[in-house]
Design a protein around this ligand. Sequence first.
Ligand code: HEC
Ligand code: HEC
Length: 222
Amino acid sequence: MILRYSRIPFYLLMTIAVAGIVVPELYAAQKNPLLQRLQQKMSDPDLRRQAMFAGEERALICGYCHGNDGNSLKPEVPNLAGQNTDYLLEQVGRFARGERKDYVMNSLAGKFTADDQINLAIYYAAQKVKPGEYDYAKAVLGKPIYLQQCQACHGKLGLGNRGYARLAGQKPNYIKLTLERFRDNASGKAGDKKRHSAVMEPIVGNLTDQDILALAAYLASL
Ligand code: HEC
Ligand code: HEC
């Protein structure tokens, strides 16, 4: 019999995740020199201010899609405003290494130095997310699913935490696209394989199209 991740009880997944077996990268993070350098800049007010200025300058080229203040101008492009520093750094690194695939992002990320990546993460994390539009009726349906299946890692208010993505206020179309992508990978369907996550795939494996729309609306409402 083929082992279906979706049949693994949810509490078991949680225990494994908390034990750091499913998300070893987050625990290995403590030894990651980039994250150490980021922490150093975050904890020194002068270094942090310099990083903000340098990041803002580098972000000029990103503004066309992500907005100058990290509030995205396009439905399929994620907001970066208010996103968590470690998560931003990790994702830029994945684009740079080609582990996460997007034509523009792969070529841009590959050109940045380690300091550029850190400064961009510090700049965007400090920006405020502007409320966007969402479907209220769908958001009401999404709340219980979120609280039951997602808050353990992404937080009660969707703010995530360091290496865990903030989802609050994220563009609903981007959330939908991303969850569908993870679900298609999980179901063995010929997904586009642009992004792979051993943690997220089993979790979204059982979501219906309606659940995904409801979650996307709820997250946009936070
Ligand atoms: C031409 C449009 C475009 C430009 C310019 C662009 N991006 Fe992106 N970016 C995208 C798209 C589209 C995605 C989502 C890719 C996907 O997963 O489908 C993305 C994703 C990201 C993510 C991942 C966010 C998340 O929530 O996982 C980060 C971080 C990011 N971009 C940073 C940057 C930075 C920094 C720059 C400037 C150096 C930049 N981007 C320029 C289109 C763009
Ligand atoms: C066990 C912890 C865990 C749980 C529970 C969890 N997630 Fe995640 N989530 C992650 C991790 C880790 C990532 C980063 C994946 C990657 O590296 O690409 C992530 C990424 C995401 C992303 C992409 C964020 C972005 O900006 O691109 C979305 C959307 C998301 N999760 C939604 C959800 C939803 C909705 C649920 C509940 C149905 C959920 N997650 C439950 C750990 C979790």
